[in-house]
Design a protein around this ligand. Structure first.
Ligand code: UDX
Length: 444
C-alpha cells in the first residue's frame, strides 16, 4: 500500500486515482472545484464513464479513497503526487498550461516532505523541466523532490480497462531512482514499462496521438476518393487491416475525430513545431481533412434535401464525440448541428447520455427521448455517433415515421443495400460502389 495524492478530478485524475486505489493504494483526490468535490463526497460522478461509479464506491467504502479541496490534506503522508489537471487549447492551438503551473506552485508551497511529482496531463515538450523550476522556486525551504512524466493513454468509454490493461507505461525523468519508484507503482499492471528522459516521454504522448489522428484522417481522405471512384472504404480498410504492418485499428472512416485529446494534441504539436521554425505539413493536413470530413456531412444533407436545409427537419442520432461517453467536446455532431441550425434547419437530436452536455454547447436543439421520436416527421436522419443502440434500430418503423426517407450514415453502421431495399435514400461515408449509381454520378 502506497499513499498517493492526485490533483485534478477530471477523466484522467478520477480514473487514475480510482484505479490506483483499486490496486490497494491509499488515494487522496484534490480538486479546487468545490462543486466537483462535494459531488464526489456525496457519491455522485462528475463524468460518465462505464464502471467508474461502482469502482469509486467500492474504494471509498474500503477507505482507500477520499476527496478534498485542500492540498495540505491531500499531500499529507503522500509519497507520490500526480498532476492530472486540464490543458485546454489556447488561442493559437498552444496548450494552455495555467492549471499545471498553478498545481505545481501550490504543491511547492504546501509540501512538507519529500515527493515524487508525476505529470499525467498532456503537456508540451519541456514542461517537466519548468515544472521542476516552479517547484524549486516556490518552496518555502528546500525539500527533496523529483519530476516524472507519465503520459496517460486512456480512452474515454474504456478508461478503466485501459488503465488496468495498458499496452505500455511510459516514464520519463532525469532522476532514475524516482522513475523506478513510479515503475513499481505500475508493476501490478504487467505491461512493458518504457523508462526514458522527460522530454522524450512527453513527445511519445504527442507522437502517439498525432499518429492515430493521422490514421483517421488518412482513411477519411481515402473515403472521399472511394466515393468518387466507386469503391467501398469499409472493405478497403478491412483489406488493408490484415496486413500486419498496417493492422485493423483506427481505420474507420466517419465524421472525423473529436474529443478532448486528438484535436487539441495535433494542434499543440503543430504549434510546437511552428514556434520552433518548422512547417508541420502532415499535421496541418490531418487537421484540414478532419474539418473537411465534418463539413461533408452537412453538405450531403443539403444536397440530398434538394439544395437547401432551410425549414427542413433534420434528426441527429448521437451527440457525443464517440460512443460510451457523455463527452461532447470537439464533437463532430455538434459542428454538424450548428451548421444545419445556421442554415435554417429544425434540428431534432437524441443521444443516450450526452444530451445535457450538448444542449449546453448548442442552443436550439430539439432534444428527443429516443431514436424514434427524433425520426418522427424528419426530412433526413443523420447517424453521427456509433452507439450500440443505433446498430439495430427498427428501420421499417423509422422509415414510416419520417417525412422523407433520407438517411446519412456518418459511421457506416448499416448495410446500404438493405436500407435501400427498405426505401431509404442512403448515403454512408466513402461507400461509392453501393451508392445509387454513385460510380456514375460521382456521389457517395
Ligand atoms: C484518445 C486516445 O486514444 C488516448 O490514448 C488518449 O489518451 C486520449 O485521446 P479518446 O479521445 O477517448 O482517446 O478517443 P478515441 O477512442 O481514441 O477516439 C478519438 C476519436 O476518433 C473519436 O471521435 C472517434 O470516433 C474517432 N475515431 C476513432 C474514428 O473516427 N475512427 C477510428 O477508426 C477510430
Amino acid at each position: 500500500m502506497r499513499k498517493l495524492c492526485v490533483v485534478g478530478s477530471g477523466y484522467v485524475g478520477l480514473v487514475t486515482g480510482t484505479c490506483f486505489a483499486d490496486l490497494g493504494n491509499s488515494v487522496n483526490l484534490v480538486d479546487i472545484d468545490e462543486d466537483k468535490i462535494a459531488m464526489l463526497q456525496a457519491g455522485k460522478m462528475p463524468i460518465y464513464e462505464p464502471g467508474l461509479a461502482e469502482m469509486v464506491q467500492r474504494n471509498v467504502a474500503a477507505q482507500r479513497m477520499c476527496f478534498t479541496t485542500s492540498y495540505a490534506e491531500g499531500l499529507q503522508g503522500a509519497e507520490f503526487v500526480f498532476i492530472c489537471v486540464g490543458t485546454p487549447s489556447g488561442v493559437d492551438g498552444e496548450a494552455d498550461l495555467q492549471y499545471v503551473r498553478a498545481a505545481a506552485k501550490t504543491i511547492a508551497q504546501t509540501m512538507d516532505h519529500s515527493l515524487v511529482v508525476i505529470n499525467k496531463s498532456t503537456v508540451p515538450v519541456g514542461t517537466g523541466d519548468w515544472t521542476r523550476e516552479i517547484i524549486e522556486s516556490n518552496q518555502p525551504q528546500p525539500i527533496d523532490f523529483a519530476v516524472v512524466s507519465c503520459p496517460e493513454f486512456l480512452r474515454e468509454g474504456s478508461a478503466l480497462a485501459d488503465f488496468m490493461q495498458p499496452d505500455r507505461t511510459v516514464l520519463g525523468s532525469t532522476n532514475a531512482e524516482a522513475a523506478q519508484k513510479v515503475a513499481e507503482l505500475y508493476a501490478p499492471l504487467d505491461a512493458p514499462i518504457v523508462i526514458t528522459d522527460l522530454r522524450t516521454a512527453e513527445m511519445i504522448k504527442y507522437a502517439s496521438n498525432a499518429f492515430l489522428a493521422t490514421r483517421i484522417s488518412f482513411i477519411n481522405e481515402i473515403s472521399i476518393i472511394c466515393e468518387r471512384l466507386g469503391a467501398d472504404v469499409t472493405e478497403v480498410a478491412r483489406g488493408m487491416g490484415f496486413d500486419k504492418r498496417i493492422g485493423p485499428h483506427f481505420l474507420q472512416a466517419g465524421v472525423g475525430f473529436g474529443g478532448s485529446c486528438f484535436p487539441k494534441d495535433v494542434k499543440a504539436l503543430a504549434n510546437m513545431a511552428q514556434t520552433h521554425g518548422m512547417h508541420p505539413q502532415l499535421l496541418n493536413a490531418v487537421m484540414e481533412i478532419n474539418a473537411f470530413q465534418r463539413r461533408q456531412i452537412a453538405l450531403k444533407a443539403r444536397e440530398m434535401l434538394g439544395g437547401s436545409v432551410n425549414g427542413k427537419t433534420v434528426a441527429i442520432l448521437g451527440l457525443a464525440f464517440k460512443q460510451n461517453t457523455d463527452d461532447t467536446r470537439e464533437s463532430p455532431s455538434l459542428t454538424v448541428a450548428r451548421s444545419l441550425l445556421n442554415q435554417g434547419a429544425v434540428v431534432k437530436a437524441y443521444d443516450p447520455v450526452a444530451m445535457e452536455n450538448a444542449s449546453r454547447d448548442v442552443g436550439g436543439l430539439q432534444l428527443c427521448d429516443n431514436s424514434y421520436s427524433a425520426a418522427q416527421d424528419a426530412d433526413a436522419l443523420l447517424i453521427l455517433t456509433p452507439w450500440n443502440e443505433f446498430k439495430h434500430l427498427d428501420m421499417r418503423r423509422i422509415r414510416r415515421l419520417m417525412k422523407q426517407p433520407i438517411l446519412i450514415d456518418g459511421r457506416n453502421m448499416y448495410n446500404p443495400d438493405e436500407l435501400r431495399a427498405l426505401g431509404f435514400a442512403y448515403r454512408g461515408v466513402g461507400r461509392g460502389f453501393n451508392g445509387e449509381g454513385a460510380a456514375a454520378n460521382g456521389s457517395g
